[in-house]
Ligand binder design. Sequence first.
Ligand code: DON
Length: 331
Amino acid sequence: VKRKLVRQVAQQTRTIETDCLEQWIEQYRGESSKGKCAAYIPALKEADPTQLGICVIGPDGQISRAGNYDAPFTLQSISKVISFLAACKHHGIANVLEQVDVEPTGDAFDSMVRLEMHKPGRPFNPMINAGAITVSSLLQGNGVQEKFRSFQDMVEGMTGRKHQINEEVYHSEWQTANRNRSLAYYLSATGFLACPVEDALDVYIRQCSLEVTAEDIAKIGLILAHDGYDPVRKEQLFDKEKARVTKALMVTCGMYNASGNFAAFVGVPAKSGVSGGIMAAVPPRGRSGELPFAGGCGIGVYGPAIDQYGNSVAGVALLKHMASAWDLTIY
Ligand code: DON
């Protein structure tokens, strides 16, 4: 009861943050006209491009939400962070990194050029499609169902609720996945897949199709910000070292070939997905107790119109403004 009261009080005194977020959402919603919903997965094209929503969660459970914060969307590449954590939990970081490196590429997320250019073809990092397909093949379990289950368990352990696949998005991607299919066959030929090719691809596409909201990814961001500890439920879900490697990957590769710009003008570990989600992990900032969410926070943003890099246009614009106003940068 006491904890609930503390949370309610925290929420009431935090309406200033919510007011700011509501104002900024309306200010940046129009930015979506500079982008388009992803069309290479046909089902994603159906989203309303003008949607923009945000959810911010602090360590005391305080939540600020604004705009289309409750719109469901599929994880897409944000799933790469979670599958990497799940694979590391099962095999240990060192074993996973024998199969996938931790270097940014400067290429598009679905690029295949470096796989053959750099022998022996170990994918450059777990945030690009090639690396993520390798990671999916490493998930615990035999066969698609078990491997996908271990991914789902990892997500649900962090969000505290059940999630379903968006079947329409799943089938749409499965039918149009020739590029990922070719990456997967190449990885298999070079020895960087730990299970049959079509199984790895299926697990990968399922994890991309899992449906979440901005609040779910904000929760995951908060746990990463606190190095694997869930400050709301007071539970260590994975160890600090895994959280730190993952956040380093998010900083260097999480926003693909726009990661440098994002680091310079937002400055927090983040991961985007082509459905328009962005998950960010803001660590505690000791500079001033006056700052909003000074104890760190997780941020979930949804805005389905994306730019040429695959990142939500309005979402990035909103985060840039927020980072400057609330002094979010880690640098
Ligand atoms: O494999 C794909 O192309 C998608 N399922 C995910 C790509 C993605 O989200 C890249 N993100 N910005």
